[in-house]
Design a protein around this ligand. Structure first.
Ligand SMILES: [Zn+2]
Length: 261
């Protein structure tokens, strides 16, 4: 576990999983009494040691994936705080997650919790977070923007500028639209749930947008020439990613290609 403070935001990072490659970085943030994203259940023993001493008035979750709300049930039972998520994910949160073995090894099952629909604005003592729909990685993904600070808490919207594989829930067209829309905001620093804090946040988001727009262009051109999605995948991503094999295709470069319209 590691903690550092960026401006007034506490940045917590953990390794989730049992051994490489089933071990990945996970971040959550605590700022002015709000916890943003809630890690994976596999880190609960390490995380509860710090969470027990934190003053937290609410938890805001960017999306329902088990690595963003794995601590939500612990927070609910032990800190008795409201937990906010996209209104379309409130019902799903009432049931434990049902995920394949590799995800249980890396992140652990998400236990059920009772969430409230995330409001459009979350005000804390010193800060105001505007909540924006940000579909792409997941259809019911939100991001939190603090305009005065130029902060954007991006959940899994960013992760990396040159994304090589996409999860089965992802839609690249939606990611392109979301990034285009969010780039009109005042953004300095982005807070990612897997790669931490990026101080040149707007530039990073722009790079990701350009990367996906370029892929979209190439996919459209190759389709015009008669190539199938599978052929295009082999051309644009000739190297098979280890996660595609481990996840049996839940993560793949083909998921990037097939959602380009
Ligand atoms: Zn996710």
């Amino acid at each position: 576990m590691n903690v550092r403070i960026v401006d007034s935001c506490k940045v917590y990072s953990f390794k989730s999983g049992i051994f490489p490659p089933f071990m990945l970085d996970i971040y959550f943030y605590i700022v002015d009494g709000i916890m943003i994203d809630a890690g994976s259940s596999n880190i609960v023993n390490k995380a509860k040691k710090v969470l027990e001493n934190e003053t937290i008035s609410a938890v805001a979750i960017t999306h329902i994936h088990e690595d963003h709300c794995g601590l939500a049930s612990w927070m609910q039972n032990n800190k008795k705080v409201p937990i906010y998520i996209h209104e379309q994910s409130v019902n799903e949160a009432l049931r434990d997650s049902d995920i394949p073995l590799y995800r249980r090894l890396v992140w652990g099952n998400r236990m059920a919790f009772k969430a409230l629909p995330i409001p459009e604005v979350i005000k804390t003592k010193h800060l105001t977070f505007d909540v924006y729909d940000a579909p792409g990685h997941h259809p019911y993904h939100v991001v939190l923007h603090e305009n005065n600070k130029g902060w954007l808490f991006t959940g899994d919207l960013f992760v990396s500028a040159r994304q090589k594989v996409a999860f089965k829930d992802e839609n690249i067209n939606d990611t392109i639209k979301t990034l285009t829309r969010l780039l009109s905001l005042n953004i300095n620093t982005i807070f990612c749930s897997h790669t931490g804090v990026h101080t040149n946040g707007k530039e990073k988001l722009k790079q990701k947008l350009e990367y996906f727009v370029n892929i979209q262009k190439q996919v459209r051109e190759l389709r015009q020439e008669g190539y199938s999605n599978e052929d295009i995948d082999k051309k644009l991503f000739p190297k098979k990613n280890a996660w595609s094999i481990v996840s049996q295709g839940e993560w793949s470069s083909l998921n990037i290609i097939r959602t380009v319209d």
